[in-house]
Each structure stands twice: as C-alpha cells, then as structure tokens.
Design a protein around this ligand. Sequence first.
Ligand code: 1HN
Length: 351
Amino acid sequence: MNARNEFYQDILPSHLTPLWESLHALVPKEPNTPCVPCLWNYAGIRPYLARSGELISAEEAVRRVLIMENPALPGQSCITQSLYAGLQLILPGEIAPSHRHTQSALRFIVEGSSAYTAVDGERTAMHPGDFIITPSWTFHDHGNRAEADGGEPVVWLDGLDIPMLRFFDAGFAENHPEKEQPVVRPEGNSYARYGANMLPVQYDAPYGATSPVFNYPYARTREALATLAQNGPVDPWHGAKLRYVNPATGSWPIPTIAAFMQLLPRGFSGRPYRSTDGTVFSVVEGTGSAVISRGEKTWRYDFGPRDHFVVPSWHTVHFEAASEAVLFSFSDRPVQQALGILREQQLNPDT
Ligand code: 1HN
C-alpha cells in the first residue's frame, strides 16, 4: 500500500476522507447526472396496471401505484434525482383513503372519467388531460364513482417532490380519522373563486405558495394551445408551449414543481435544447418522436397517447410530430430558478 492509501485508511476511523480524490466528481464541469432517459410505452405496461388491480384493492394498498423508476436509480423510487412519478389505478367503486403529507403532488389524468379527488374538503371530477394539484399538508382522498361492476378504471400520473423532501428530511404524514374526509364545499367552488382569472378581494393564500386552483381542466388548456397554433408561428424549439401558473402570484403552480403543456403542430420538427431541470413527459394526443442525446449516446422514442418518458438534466432533446401532438410535462424548475442555478440552452438557433 502506498503512503497515500495508507493515510486514507488511517483517517477512515475518524470519519475523514480526502477531498482531492473526489474533487472533480463533486464539482463537475457540467451536470453529469446518473439518471438515464427512459420510455414507458403505455400498451406495454397497461396490462401490469390491470394485474395490480387484481392483486390488491386501492384501500389495502392505500395508493395502488406502479412507480416509474429511473433505470439507473433502482430501489430509490425516483424518476429523476429530485422527482417521483408513478401511475395510479383506481377501479370502479374503490376509495383511496384520506391522508396528508408535506410532499406536494400533481395528478395528470391519463385514462377514464369516473374518478374524483377530494382536497381540503372539496371534490373535483377528474377527466383525461386535467392537471390537478394536491398542496403540501392538505388532506386528500380519491374515489371512482362508477358502479363496482361496470364502469371504467381510471389511471393517472402522480408527480411528487418526494426525493426533495427526503433530501431535506422534512417529511411528515398522517391519516385522516375517516376513510373519506368530509366534503365541506360544493364541487366547483375553488374554480369559481380562483380559476376565472379573478381572485377574492380578500385573498388569503390558503395554500401558501401553492396555487389555490386545484383542477386545471384540459378543455381550457387544449383550446388555448389550439388557438396559439392556429395563430402561429410557434416556438421553433417547443411548439406552442404554456406553463401552468398560480394565478395569485404569477409563479409556478407548486413551489417545488413546474408543469407545462405543449402542442406540436403536424409535421413539426423542433430544434434541440437542453436544460438542467430533468423533465417527465406524458403524451396526451398524437404521435411523434423525442430524440434525446448526451455525448455519443442517442435515444429515439417514438411516442403515442398515454406514453411517458423522462429527459434527464442536461440531455439534449428535440421533438418531431408525425401528427399534431400534445405533451404534458413537469420538472423541478421552480427550485432551480429560486436558487439561481437553472440553466437552459437552445441549440442551432439559426437553422
Ligand atoms: C400519495 O399520497 C399519492 O395521494 C400518490 O394519490 C402517490 C407516493 C408516495 C407517497 C404518497 C396519492 C404517493 C403518495
């Protein structure tokens, strides 16, 4: 053993380790994420969701979810280093019992129209393409209104800031004393109060920095994107792309999670870009391709409705749309922006 290695062994029991052996890895020239791109083809995984429905009830599971794990981070329950994603199934007649936690959640509805979620005493119906928020520390339960025999299964994408809360060791959780929390306001109350491009005169930020609008219905998002695309031209990198907003602040809908919807016109061939916020995509409509590259490696994902894929930090991506396509996405952008560390780069600006 040479003198340096001997020294490293000697200091180990004192819980010391030499910086100079890891300096370059600790402070990389540019992001060098362990995460890899991955595509979850819906047709390929839908049978597994169905099987999970035969194996366990929503009530027993508490949440019947298949976690979408980054293949490079097995066992860590995350899709990027900062974000969790999963597909949740709720069958006709089922209830996912009420609880609350400091982790914030988004739901993006993938399939089925008979479910609702209740958040802080108000229910909202869930329809495909709706973007729904569960603010930190609000009681929430879900149900499928359809009759137990007959009716349709409902599947949605869950996006949570679980890895961030784990990083900060700031997670708390508790169950509601009842399976379903009492409904104290009629459906649509929150939308009328906060979702009409207006706010109560005495706005009191009931959920802190989190948006008080808890359902952003797809119909309105889709209509806005269609109008933008018709009025063209669209952004050469992103197509017609809008971000979801907390109407009370103009900021992100969730303090830890940004969400977006973009429309790629038929025949769109986007320019490549990269950013430090690794991003999870859920395909709503249409077919196309996401071409991802990092160094010498390239991944080409041909996507259709209900497919999901992840583009990790500082991986270059461009989109091609065979037919008009609509993509939902979410990332940790609010956190990086608040810390002043967000970087993005639009490549080939002149082509
Ligand atoms: C949770 O509460 C839900 O409420 C979904 O639907 C996924 C993953 C980890 C921890 C809590 C939900 C979750 C979760």
